[in-house]
Design a protein around this ligand. Structure first.
Ligand SMILES: [Zn+2]
Length: 88
């Protein structure tokens, strides 16, 4: 699944970094941040699968874990859905 991300800037020097793991201007390493973002995407996808299977408690846990790692809009959507339709 291709995800379009907005152009990001290095928080240290404001250079455009896009999805790079290391800032080409100042050398700040974002690899841990990128790893957390990827893991959050995986967990958000898992939350959706669990939701589809009716595993609402697991879906809530996966969505919460995803949101704790990084900003994950898909995980937020799952959490909102579970709040609206609890314990199906
Ligand atoms: Zn930088």
């Amino acid at each position: 699944m291709e995800v379009t991300e907005p152009a990001q800037r290095c928080p240290a020097c404001r250079a455009r970094i896009g999805v790079a793991e290391v800032c080409s201007r100042c050398g700040t390493d974002f690899s841990i941040v990128r790893r957390a973002e990827r893991q959050a995407q995986v967990l958000a996808g898992l939350a959706v699968q669990q939701l589809v299977l009716g595993q609402t408690e697991q879906a809530a846990a996966s969505a919460k874990a995803a949101s704790a790692l990084a900003d994950a809009p898909l995980a937020r959507a799952v959490s909102r859905l579970l709040i609206q339709f609890p314990h199906q």
